[in-house]
Design a protein around this ligand. Structure first.
Ligand code: ADP
Ligand code: MG
Length: 239
């Protein structure tokens, strides 16, 4: 099954064409790494999928449902996309505890006991049960990113979008979080789009790698294929 299908998707700002016409398939229940140099359009693609950026033209299908209705100028409500996002800067609420941050997006939808259950579950998934009453400022960078990860999975999304989520962390922490993210995604049968500019990270974490340059797909395939059989000099140099 295909989770997300991008067809002739484009984005331009005035005369600058950031994404010319992108065709891309993001397979279900896998981790797809979107990799490319800085400025190649990775965040723009991710933000269009998230609904934060409106495409100039083209289509995005979520499980065969179009996100944008170009004729009516409407879009699928974010909640119907069943997605969560994890950013480089964690984006936690400083005035809320760990548990408060994780439960924030859930609060209106669940009963009190369901809420407690869900928060406990999410925190245990990332090994933060003991820190539930701490505030973000009392946590290390790695712990803060675990809170962001718990907050993402707590909404029971189908898709998690990561934008350079580990780029601010030191190499050792990154390596352990790569393993944790991979385990979380696969155990919970989620789909992930993992944007990074770090080739090692992409090769380690992804089931499927998409290399982009100037908003165009250079090569897509398994990590082994991209590493061992680059299609051109750019791909060879990149990996
Ligand atoms: P990446 O995430 O791969 O580094 P981005 O998607 O952030 O790349 O940016 C791709 C290009 O689009 C860059 O040249 C950037 O300057 C441009 N861009 C991104 N967002 C905007 C915006 N809101 N207005 C104008 N240009 C933008
Ligand atoms: Mg970016």
């Amino acid at each position: 099954m295909v989770a997300i299908q991008l067809t002739r998707l484009s984005k331009h700002y005035q005369e600058q064409v950031v994404i010319p016409a992108l065709d891309l398939t993001i397979p279900d229940r896998q981790i797809t790494a979107l990799i490319g140099p800085s400025g190649s359009g990775k965040s723009t693609i991710l933000n269009m999928i998230a609904g934060l950026t409106v495409p100039s033209s083209g289509q995005i299908l979520f499980d065969d449902h179009p996100v944008f209705d170009q004729q009516r100028g409407t879009s699928m409500p974010p909640a119907k996309r069943h997605l969560a996002m994890v950013f480089q800067d964690f984006a936690l609420w400083p005035h809320m505890t760990v548990a408060g941050n994780v439960s924030f997006a859930l609060a209106p939808k669940l009963s009190k006991s369901e809420l407690t259950h869900r928060v406990d579950w999410a925190l245990s998934q990332v090994g933060l049960t003991d820190l539930r009453d701490r505030y973000p400022r009392e946590l290390s960078g790695g712990q803060q990113q675990r809170v962001a990860l718990a907050r993402a999975i707590a909404v029971k999304p189908k898709l998690i979008l990561f934008d350079e989520a580990l780029s601010a962390l030191d190499p050792q922490l990154r390596a352990s979080l790569q393993i944790e993210i991979s385990r979380l995604i696969h155990q919970n049968q989620l789909t992930a789009l993992f944007v990074t500019h770090d080739r090692q990270e992409a090769l380690r974490i992804a089931d499927h790698v998409v290399l982009i340059r100037d908003g165009r797909v250079v090569q897509a395939g398994s990590p082994t294929t991209l590493y061992q059989r680059p299609v051109n000099a750019f791909a060879a140099k990149f990996f």
